[in-house]
Design a protein around this ligand. Sequence first.
Ligand code: PLP
Length: 469
Amino acid sequence: MERLRLIPSIDTLQKDEVFEAILQEETVSKALLTKWLKAIVDDIRKQILNGEFPFHVKNERDFALIIMNRLQKRYETFTKRNNLQPVINAAGVVIHTNLGRSRLSDRAIEHITETAKHYSTLEYEMTSGKRGSRHSIVEAYLVEMTGAEAALVVNNNAAAVYLVLKALAEDKEVIVSRGELIEIGGSFRISEIMRLSNAKLVEVGTTNKTKLGDYKTAITEDTGMILKVHKSNFAMIGFTEEVDTEALVKLAKEHGLVVYEDLGSGTFYDFKKANIGAEPTVQEQVKKGIDLISFSGDKLLGGPQAGIIVGKKKYVDRLKKHQLARVLRVDKFTLAGLEATLKTYLADRESGEIPTVRDILLSEEEIYERAQTFLQAVEEKMEGFTCTLKKGVSKVGGGTMPEVDLPTYIVEVTHQTLTSEALAKKLRELATPIIVRIKNDAVQLDFRTVTDGELQVVIEGFLEIGKRQ
Ligand SMILES: *Cc1c(COP(=O)(O)O)cnc(C)c1O
């Protein structure tokens, strides 16, 4: 325990040249740096007491060196890496929820940047010079795009579902098919949201079959709403039956009920025409006469995180006036990103300019080109590695179109001694981390979502790892 007395005081450590050099860089406050210093000293003290301190120290200077080395490391992690940092998605999942779902278009990024830099007309009416409403920033575009009477944007689609239920079905019964009581992403459950909003869930039908008669017999004088939930992240096969939206709308009209559809992903682009999936567009659903429809901004739409609600004006007005609309409102960056994204759709330019739409539509041939470029650049320079070009499938992701396989080409990479997990870890540790899929005990690279610029970074990353092996 003699050694404990050799630990320099915080005062002395603060005068160390390493401490002073870090402060000079002006990227961390003296208070925070001192806090780290104290934590490191505490740790060392504990290690010594537990007999876990592995170093032989003879004097204060030895201790100072060890402490400053740890401080330097902590500082480097702090400055070099943000906790939210860019990565390259080579995992073959376009709307990768864990990697931030959709990348935004250049137009959207520009509009967000200018909105961040300057004051804006967020709640300011230019003609009168008086207070305006943020609700009106994107409403007209949404109305134009979908054919609905009115629109409202909130934080995300989960918030949209909550707001609709709370504002229009509190203390009322809401009829939902048992086949649609979904859970999304491990945390969004229709039954839970329903409980929180004080709406009473009335389940009808069975897991695989629900008929119009099931809805009909469930209607009582306490019924307020019929809810239809899009089966985003799973598909049912075999003997199944669900009720057409049109039939539900008719039934609801006859009984004066609100019909609301949680569309989940919600697309404006008709992927069916490109032979991808069977997702109905928002426009098609609006035409069927549903009172309210909600969907995400950052799934198939390819915009920022948002929950978009479109539908009949009398209902949207009630939502706008509800206190919760204030609680769940979106910020100016979301509105800027969404405005630019919606304008891209109105210009018919989504298939080229919105990364999510573009990447889903990307052809096998284009991906093949990228895979070839990669192979030619690395193949002969990476000793011990084997790269194989193969046909494969990419996924849309984001709990969207789970049954759809997008044909792609993948490069499978293996190493003589390195396991695929170890290689994947090395790829994650690069300055710009590369996220890959592991399958058949090999690292698989899918270039569908890797832009040409990113492809160069991937190549450099591999060559760097190759050199170190
Ligand atoms: C994704 C999804 C949600 C949740 O949407 P967020 O925008 O992630 O909040 C809700 N319902 C369905 C059917 C979904 O697919």
